[in-house]
Design a binder for this molecule. Structure first.
Ligand SMILES: [Fe+2]
Ligand SMILES: [Fe+2]
Ligand SMILES: [Fe+2]
Length: 430
């Protein structure tokens, strides 16, 4: 089972919704234009679901769907122009929508449905840009469109309508009129009517624009006692790792390679099965902070400028900040966010010298995976060259010689497992 009800005897106690919010915050780092966008959509979608008298489970699905709805719009292929489209074309009829506008919904669905507690949210995300189109939007390409998709469609639009520089309450009437004018065309009439009912309340708008929105959203999640056991956390980290990798063809499946290598090294270095699984979670999440690095820098074909280098070197710091919001994830956070630290204290961003075995393993697994995996611009290194690079790093005081010795001791097998894992979890959503 992926989830349990939390109790004092549980070995691991990670609230599912904390993980959702943590990842939602990470994707909101992507672009200033979408700052807090996912949090806002989660808030509005949950209010609409409540106004429509949906069950608490459905409200929870709306919260998860809102918090993750544009998760697949993070790849370099899907450029941020998409957001411009999504944000400005509320008045565009269905037929005039750009063909690829639905692609990130479909891809988000394929990525997220792999984690069974997200099944309903994924199904809603699939069609979150479908217009009601006077009833034709009850289906899309022969598939029924869930009510929560139409809730997201409206929540997505409302979330971007309040403009900075004017008090939100001064904008309410204008927004309500604009939404009412699109009822039937863009928005499902009963969802638009629900909005009309709830948008009279000043509190709705003050919550929507509140700096404490995360707490407000967290309180709206009914099943707050739903927690992940080790298997559930592991499965969820795999899905999130795939989304992190999915962003760039340069790092396709990198996280799953780091996770698999870390697990193999941990086993050989005597870590318990529990810790071995946890290090797989750390491997999958170690580059979550890269979501805060623009794709133009991640995918830049030429050498980076000093300013770009500073930005890319921020990513383990962001990994730390993002994961530190999840109570119970402290060990995973340490192992994940220290992967660019060095034993001599010259690593970044913490300049730590006190690195636990888990951190040392993930650091070696990261270098090993980076230099042995194939990338679009070069092939991965073979054994001799790879070990020469790692030995040099040991001699320089960067990484742990015992961990490298464990790798050398079973190189072919670990290399094979790393490769297999990356093949299996290749960063395509299908
Ligand atoms: Fe979207
Ligand atoms: Fe959106
Ligand atoms: Fe990294």
């Amino acid at each position: 089972m992926a989830m349990t009800t939390r109790g004092p005897s549980e070995e691991l106690d990670i609230a599912l919704f904390s993980m959702v919010l943590c990842f939602s915050r990470a994707i909101d780092f992507l672009h200033p234009k979408i700052s807090e966008h996912h949090l806002r959509v989660a808030y509005v979608a949950s209010c609409l679901a409540e106004e429509l008298d949906l069950s608490q489970n459905e409200i929870d699905d709306a919260l998860i769907a809102g918090a993750l709805h544009d998760v697949a719009a993070v790849s370099s292929v899907m450029h941020f122009d998409l957001f411009d489209d999504a944000l400005t074309r509320a008045h565009t009829s269905h037929k005039q929508m750009p063909a690829n506008l639905h692609q990130h919904g479909q891809e988000g669905y394929l990525l997220l449905r792999e984690f069974s507690p997200f099944a309903n949210a994924a199904a809603a995300i699939r069609f979150h840009h479908v217009n009601w189109n006077f009833g034709y939007g009850a289906e899309f390409e022969g598939e029924p469109v869930p009510l929560i998709s139409h809730i997201l469609r409206l929540a997505d639009r409302i979330s971007v309508m309040p403009e900075d520089g004017h008090h939100v309450l001064a904008q309410v009437q204008g927004i309500r009129m604009a939404i009412a004018a699109e009822s039937g065309r863009c928005f499902m009439p009963k969802v638009a009517a629900a909005f009309d009912g709830m948008s009279e309340k000043e509190s709705f708008w003050l919550d929507l624009t509140s700096p404490h929105k995360e707490e407000i959203v967290r309180c709206r999640f009914g099943n707050s006692k739903l927690s992940l056991d080790l298997d559930g956390l592991y499965q969820l980290a795999r899905v999130f790792g795939k989304i992190i990798d999915y962003r760039s063809p340069f790092t396709a499946a990198h996280s799953s390679g780091v996770a698999a290598t870390s697990e193999e090294l941990a086993t050989r270095l005597g870590m318990s099965p529990h810790q071995t699984r946890l290090i797989g979670v750390a491997g999958n999440l170690h580059d979550i902070g890269k979501l805060a690095v623009p794709t133009e820098i991640l995918d830049k074909p030429g050498p980076l400028t000093p300013a770009e280098m500073f930005i890319i070197r921020q990513h383990p710091y962001y990994t730390h900040r993002i994961l530190s919001t999840v109570p119970g994830l402290e060990t995973v956070n340490t192992w994940a966010s220290q992967h660019h630290e060095r034993l001599d204290g010259k690593g970044y961003p913490f300049r730590s010298r006190e690195l636990t075995l888990g951190s040392r393993i993930v650091a070696v697994a990261d270098v090993f995976t980076a230099i042995t995996e194939n990338r679009p611009y070069r092939s991965g290194m073979a054994r001799a060259q790879c070990l020469a690079v790692l030995d040099k790093l040991v001699a320089d005081g960067a990484i742990d010689g015992d961990v490298v010795a464990a790798l050398r001791g079973d190189f072919e097998q670990i290399h094979h497992i790393r490769h297999q894992s990356q093949q299996t979890h290749a960063a395509s959503p299908a």
